[in-house]
Design a protein around this ligand. Structure first.
Ligand code: NA7
Length: 554
């Protein structure tokens, strides 16, 4: 595979979990394809996020790829919720095992893409100056890959070290004795703070809005336990396939109001102390939709917070008041709340004393100056559409995707976009992969994308564009899936909220997620395929053009 090559049948953008599986499928089919990755190496999320405490919230053995029995038999997950270094090692192991690396080009940042209608080709501009062409482009660019910094004056003035958690340095950082600031209390900060509280000299957490969280309850996986997991993989994946979120945790069959309060409390006592997302996803369905049910659960969790945080004033600050438990993405934690019982950990409530600026020596709030050696920005991402917005993507007639999606994304099945032919998104907005145990959704969507391409190759089609009507109908349907969800009221990346991104501030809502559950999503997209993709307009190449076309056979 030479880098001099300028045309491919398929270009996959992104060598994370989705890109790795997508190129595997294409290579197996003998398709002329390559992966362009902006990072120096593969791994996506697991390449970048190297902050201490970074790990799965999914059970490791439900996060791994399911496509290869051999791989499942070989790999030993060391912990129920595996950490970033191990996850990156896993993805490298997969790429090496299947010899995928030679189909990947690193340090290749895609800056712009334009659809050439005359040739039904995408022209891809890479930051190194190359322009590549391809028939199909598959954007596997991640859901949370566009980190955002606060809009604060003086960020560059700081003389110590500072970084967003996404860009945590690759070399070890000596935290011992250091005065560290963490801005933000999302899932990332909650992992980080629990991990570093007893390793730093002094830690100050700058919290604007508290987040609900629950214990991860992680543990090691012994050889014997891993052997048992291996023997149950089929059942584990089958169980995931039946739950709304593709996790091992599925909702209670009984309704919230069908059991007594004592029974609910007994369930919550059990789930809170169990590993993983059980307290969120194995709860009663009503907690996501019914204010009263959600309030009762939120009260219960608030009680748990009060029980774990010694200073009642600090405990109250850590209890969210503006949203109920589980309506935002639930962070899972290890010793997070207990960190605030330590003398070297301090909580600053930014609603009382907002940040004013970053100074040479630290941070300035409306109340006082703080001195730090290290400032960590755990301030989140321009989620889901941010990575798309950062590429200048132009479809038919030069239409800009960023303009089309300015107020909200619109898609067909979360996988195609009308007016942007031959562009596929295995991890796009409005598909179930955005709201589920990520690799489970990815495998479904990558398989679907691959089947669509095979369908086209078999028929000599060179162009596929979802109809406008299909896109409008799908988008309206996704919007409707929010109607009954309390989530629609929350300020979180689930609804496209980000105070640091113009247009994404409070008061806006973007319908990013398909909330109908993965079993239903899979049934819908499988049905579309079985019917021969009736709402996708296909066209075949002119015979002469077909002769000249470079690329694949199917
Ligand atoms: P999140 O969950 O979006 O959290 C970002 C945090 O940063 C959140 O507490 C924000 O407070 C805070 N934030 C953002 N901007 C500011 C400014 N300008 N000032 C103060 N505080 C700020 O991102 P994470 O990285 O934690 O998690 C993202 C996902 O990664 C997670 O859900 C997992 O799926 C993996 P706010 O709530 O906006 O008041």
């Amino acid at each position: 595979m030479g880098e001099q090559k300028t045309h491919y049948e398929v270009i996959v953008v992104g060598a994370g979990v989705a890109g790795i599986y997508q190129i595997k499928r294409l290579v197996d089919l003998g398709i002329d394809a390559t992966v362009l990755e902006s990072a120096p190496d593969l791994g996506g999320t697991w390449y970048w996020n190297r902050y201490p405490g970074c790990r799965f919230d999914s059970e490791s053995y439900t996060y791994g790829f399911s496509f290869s029995r051999e791989l499942l038999d070989e790999w030993h997950w060391k912990e129920h919720f595996s950490s970033q270094p191990e996850n990156l090692r896993y993805l490298n192991y997969v790429a090496d095992k299947f010899d995928l690396r030679r189909h990947m080009q690193f340090n290749c940042k895609v800056e712009a893409m334009r659809f050439n209608e005359a040739g039904d080709l995408w022209h891809i501009k890479v930051a190194d100056g190359r322009e590549l062409t391809c028939r199909f482009v598959i954007l596997a660019i991640g859901l949370l890959s566009a980190p955002t910094m606060p809009k604060l004056d003086g960020i560059d003035d700081f003389k110590g070290r500072s970084f967003h958690t996404f860009y945590w340095p690759h070399e070890p950082i000596d935290l011992a004795g250091k005065k560290v600031a963490v801005i933000g209390t999302g899932a990332t900060a909650i992992q980080l703070i629990g991990e570093i509280a007893d390793k730093v000299g002094d830690l100050t957490v700058f919290q604007r809005r508290p987040n609900w969280s629950a214990p991860l309850n992680n543990a090691a996986i012994s050889e014997a336990e891993m052997a048992s997991i291996r023997s149950r993989y089929d059942d584990i994946f089958a169980a995931c396939a039946l739950t709304p979120g593709s996790f091992v945790h599925g909702p209670q069959e009984q309704g919230f109001y069908e059991v007594t309060r004592e029974q609910r409390l007994a369930l919550w006592d059990k789930l809170y102390d169990e590993p993983g997302f059980g307290i969120w996803l194995a709860n009663f369905r009503e907690i996501f939709m019914d204010e009263a049910a959600n309030a009762e659960l939120s009260d219960y969790i608030a009680g748990r917070i009060r029980g774990r945080v010694r200073d009642p004033k600090v405990a109250e600050k850590l209890i969210p008041k503006d949203h109920g438990f589980g309506v935002q993405r639930l962070p899972l934690e290890t010793k997070y709340l207990e960190a605030y019982n330590r003398d070297n950990v301090h909580l600053v409530d930014l609603r009382e004393t907002p940040l004013v600026r970053v100074a040479e020596t630290g941070l300035k709030t409306s109340e006082r100056d703080y001195e730090f050696d290290i400032i960590v920005y755990a301030t989140g991402f321009d989620a889901i559409t941010g990575a798309f917005d950062r590429i200048d993507i132009r479809g038919i007639g030069g239409e800009r995707l960023a303009a089309k999606w300015k107020d909200a994304p619109s898609t067909y099945l979360g996988i195609l976009i009308h007016g942007f032919p031959n562009l596929l998104m295995p991890t796009g907005p409005q598909s179930a992969s955005a709201s589920t145990n990520f690799p489970r959704g990815i495998e479904t969507n990558v398989n679907w994308c691959t089947s669509l391409l095979q369908y086209m190759w078999a028929r000599g089609y060179v162009r596929a564009d979802a109809t406008r009507e299909a896109e409008e109908r799908w988008t309206a349907y996704v919007v409707k899936t929010y109607e009954i969800m309390l989530m629609r009221k929350a300020k979180s990346w689930f609804t496209g909220y980000n105070s640091n991104v113009a247009g994404h501030e409070e008061g806006t809502i973007r319908h990013f997620l398909y909330n109908g559950g993965t079993p239903k999503f899979r049934a819908i997209i499988d049905d579309v395929a079985a019917q021969g993709y009736p709402e996708i307009a296909f066209s075949a190449a002119e015979p002469a053009a077909m002769q000249a076309s470079v690329g694949a056979s199917a």
